[in-house]
Design a protein around this ligand. Structure first.
Ligand SMILES: NC(=O)c1ccc[n+]([C@@H]2O[C@H](COP(=O)([O-])OP(=O)(O)OC[C@H]3O[C@@H](n4cnc5c(N)ncnc54)[C@H](O)[C@@H]3O)[C@@H](O)[C@H]2O)c1
Length: 325
């Protein structure tokens, strides 16, 4: 591979557009966008305005097969990730795949199996919170042990509003999915059980959506996690985490209320993409893996069952392949 990663971006909507501009900005070193794929050619055209030497495709196969592409960034809707991931893995291309890896654990397991068969980790999943400064501060405290054992996490995820089509399912697999991965990252443990509760509903929550809600998890060693979600708050976008250690409490994100996720996590997205580029240029994989994407999908399934039953539901995971140990 050359010393510059030639990236094909598949899906040039909200996230794809943002990532294209990021890679083309001077914030990211060592990569450039050489191909943009979108079934809507106008969307692709708009995304490449001002970028030189970039090809536009409406069929992702053509971009993946192109000799001039070293890596693929997937930013299509989640149910369209697997059809792009599979040929990219087969072609041995490093991939940054926006979350979710795929919409369910069975299809995510197929991605894990494809990497195991190739005997190479190629996929980084777009769980950008692992690159957020606040998250990293908590993780460093867990690793150092200087504040004693981590006992509890209190997380809050507030959105100003959500599309009318947003349902209880999306609350789990679009919003809390970030906390599932965040909790696994912060604690270094798998999540054992998930419970979901909702009480009085906001007048801004339409249809079947129950908002606000509370998701409660327990990890392997018994760390208790509560996630308060309020996705129709009307007031702003805010993600906060309080870590309760034996000897200290650590709160992050409290001073950051934004209009949406892009400004709140701009640094984290930059770090995420730079880490991907750096690793890909060395022929390595870093950050959240296909296994992490699979585990998050399994947590979402437990969360959905918990939302329906009101009971604590166990997270079911296959045995972790050696490739990810
Ligand atoms: N990490 C985060 O914080 C974050 C935030 C928002 C969205 N996301 C994820 O990013 C992904 C994209 O979300 P979005 O909000 O940008 O969606 P979007 O609808 O704005 O964009 C998706 C784009 O994919 C294109 N597309 C659809 N089918 C295609 C195909 N077969 N081939 C090529 N292009 C195709 C659409 O035309 C559209 O332009 C989703 O997986 C979403 O969950 C992540």
């Amino acid at each position: 591979m050359s010393n510059e990663l030639r990236v094909a971006v598949v899906g040039a909507g909200r996230m794809g557009f943002d990532h294209i501009k990021r890679i083309e900005s001077d914030r990211i070193k060592g990569a450039r966008v050489v191909a943009v794929v979108d079934i809507n050619e106008e969307v692709a055209q708009r995304a490449v305005e001002g970028i030189e030497d970039v090809k536009i495709y409406t069929d992702f196969h053509k971009a993946i097969e192109s000799k001039g592409v070293d890596a693929v960034l997937i930013a299509t809707p989640g149910f369209l990730h697997a059809p792009v991931l599979m040929p990219a893995i087969e072609a041995g291309l490093p991939v940054l795949c926006e979350k979710p890896l795929t919409p369910d654990s069975a299809s995510s397991w197929e991605i894990v199996q494809a990497e195991v068969e190739a005997d190479k980790k190629l996929v980084q999943v777009g769980f950008m919170r692992r690159f957020d400064g606040g998250y990293r501060t908590i993780r460093a405290a867990v690793e150092s042990g200087l504040s004693g054992e981590l006992l509890q996490l209190e997380c809050e995820h507030i959105n100003p509003d959500v599309p009318e089509s947003y349902t209880g399912r999306n609350l789990i697999d679009d919003t809390v999915v970030h906390e599932f991965d965040g909790v696994r990252f912060l604690t270094g443990e798998e999540i054992k059980t998930v419970r979901a509760l909702h009480g009085k509903k906001s007048k801004y929550a339409t249809g079947e959506l129950q908002d606000p809600a509370k998701v409660i998890m327990e990890t392997e060693s018994g760390i208790l996690v509560t996630v308060n979600t309020h996705v129709t708050s009307q007031y702003g976008y805010s993600v906060t985490t309080k870590a309760i250690f034996e000897d200290n409490h650590l709160s992050v994100g409290n001073d950051l209320v934004n209009s949406s996720f892009e400004p709140r996590f701009v640094d984290a997205y930059d770090q995420e993409v730079q880490a991907w580029v750096d690793a890909a240029l060395k022929g390595e994989q870093t950050g959240p893996s296909a296994w992490d994407g699979y585990a998050a999908a399994a947590c979402c399934e437990a969360g959905l069952a918990a939302l329906e039953s009101g009971e604590a539901v166990a997270v079911e995971l296959n045995e972790k392949p050696d490739l990810y140990k």
